[in-house]
Design a protein around this ligand. Structure first.
Ligand code: NDP
Length: 472
């Protein structure tokens, strides 16, 4: 505790909180309020159980989400009997998981990107991240698309030719793999926490609140790294979890074929729509360096455990559900889901693209056929330097302040609607994404308000709605 206090003073340069806005101390909080602390403790205690509950409900109750809870409450089932029926940790799953993570780390760190030399329009190779609050600009090796292609080419080669493993291997080891993902998630978060005290990558960008739970959850180091190129945020955010997303879906599809003898149109829709989202992520990985995850969040349990466990297990619930319930949609339903997914994707991508284009060209571009309108703004980094920036007020950024989130939510709803309306479980994703993105929107606006001060208020006057005009 004492050392954390010392560090707080050290990173804060002895300045009082009210001066932080001017001095560029934006980003995650310095002081923890009671509400945040309760949320942090709640998530630390319950998030792993939520993941377990959903997976167990499918595995033992055919995805009837309320049934285990009612049985437990009525005393018809004991928690220990649920536990006894749950697949245990296995060393074969641990070996598989270790090989997977090691292979992704190898691809990420040891195979520099060559694909940007051949693929027109793709931005890869060494790229700059955003300026950190301490004024640093980190370099990143952007090779996610290449890693995704190599991994999926190997998966396809195995399925079509080599047969080293069954394409259902992920589904077949889903629960043992979950224990391994938890071990990695906790290990990496704990390592990052200790590293921040003992050998931080850049101590000027560390934040210590003095509250051990908050610091563990929200992270202390901003951009922890091992060596020059192993960046914790880029790797855990983008590699083992998101590359696995499409493979997990393919494994669910293979399992549906194995169990039911056919693949349903709903499973194809989920695979296609989510693959578009994943590929979009890797195609735009250089842009992703400028998003909140990389350029504002510190690396703690929220990102470390979240990327290892929450993302692969809960973002893929739809495909998992469809193995137990092979829903065949009517043509009209399938078409509606497809349209909703594609329109959502279009809104999401165009909104993100507009901001990226606008920021890259410093406003010298055309948005919806016109010169963009914007608000000139300024902010200061910790070194006291003043930087200029611009806040776009045209295109989708003039419709609402986070219309990219609205598009994302439309896409998320499409994945859920692909599963029909018989069970609530696949709809967890849209409920979760709504909470995540609304919270993120509020968090981001709070940060922007600290960063830009009165310029941000001018922007919110010009664009008064957050997600949906006249609603929110
Ligand atoms: P944004 O891409 O919306 O970035 C917000 C930042 O953009 C602000 O902090 C500010 O940064 C800048 N900004 C805000 N308003 C303007 C404006 N009018 N003009 C120019 N710049 C502005 O947010 P995210 O990084 O959260 O999201 C990126 C995408 O990732 C979104 O589409 C989101 O839906 C998606 N996403 C998906 C998740 C998932 O789990 N599937 C999770 C999180 C995000 P600055 O300091 O540079 O001014």
């Amino acid at each position: 505790m004492e050392s954390s206090r010392r560090r707080t003073q050290c990173s804060d340069n002895g300045r009082r909180p009210e001066h932080r806005e001017q001095l560029g101390q934006w980003g995650r909080a310095w002081e923890v309020d009671w509400f945040s602390l309760i949320c942090v403790l709640g998530l630390l205690c319950f998030a792993p159980f939520i993941v377990f509950y959903f997976v167990m409900a499918c595995d033992q109750y055919r995805c009837a989400i309320s049934q285990p809870l009612f049985e437990l409450l009525r005393g018809e089932t004991a928690p220990l009997s649920i536990w006894a029926r749950t697949a245990p940790f296995t060393w074969s799953a641990a070996r598989m998981y270790a090989a997977w993570v090691a292979f992704q780390a190898f691809l990420c760190v040891c195979v520099p990107d060559v694909s940007h030399k051949f693929i027109p329009g793709y931005v890869g190779g060494v790229q700059d991240g955003a300026r950190t609050p301490a004024g640093l600009v980190n370099k990143y090796e952007v090779n996610g698309l290449q890693c995704w292609v190599i991994t999926h080419a190997l998966w396809a080669a195995n399925a079509l030719y080599f047969n080293w493993f069954l394409p259902t291997v992920i589904f077949d080891n889903w629960i043992p793999l979950m224990w391994c993902a938890n071990i990695l998630g906790y290990a990496v978060s704990t390592f990052a926490f200790i590293k921040a005290y003992l050998f931080p990558t850049n101590s000027e960008d560390c934040k210590f609140t003095g509250n051990v739970f908050y610091d563990y959850m929200m992270g202390i180091e901003f951009n922890p790294r091992l060596g020059k190129w192993f960046d914790f945020k880029l790797f855990f955010n983008g590699r083992p979890g998101i590359i696995a997303w499409t493979l997990i879906n393919l494994s669910h599809m293979a399992k549906q074929q194995e169990v039911h003898g056919h693949v349903t149109n709903s499973m194809i829709l989920v695979n296609v729509l989510q693959a578009i989202y994943v590929l979009d992520f890797f195609w735009n990985e250089a842009w992703y360096l400028k998003t909140i995850d990389i350029c504002h969040d510190h690396f703690g349990w929220y990102l470390g455990w979240g990327d290892c466990v929450w993302l692969p297990y809960l973002y893929t619930l739809q495909g998992f559900y469809l193995v137990y319930h092979p829903v065949q949609l009517s043509q009209g339903h399938a078409l509606t889901v497809l349209l909703l997914g594609l329109i959502g994707y279009y809104v999401f991508r165009s909104t993100n693209h507009q901001k990226d284009l606008f920021r890259r060209t410093e406003g010298s571009c055309s948005i919806w056929g016109k010169r963009p309108t914007y608000i000139e703004s300024s902010y200061r980094s910790t070194d006291g330097a003043t930087h200029r920036s611009k806040l776009l007020t045209s295109g989708f950024w003039g419709v609402a302040r986070h219309f990219n989130y609205t598009g994302d939510l439309m896409g998320s709803l499409a994945y859920c609607a692909a599963c029909g309306f018989e069970h609530a479980l696949p709809y967890f994703y849209i409920a979760y994404m709504t909470i995540l993105l609304v919270h993120r929107c509020v968090r981001d606006e709070h940060r922007c308000s600290s960063k830009y001060g009165k310029d941000w208020r001018r922007y919110t006057d010009a664009v008064p709605y957050r997600l949906i005009p006249w609603v929110f």
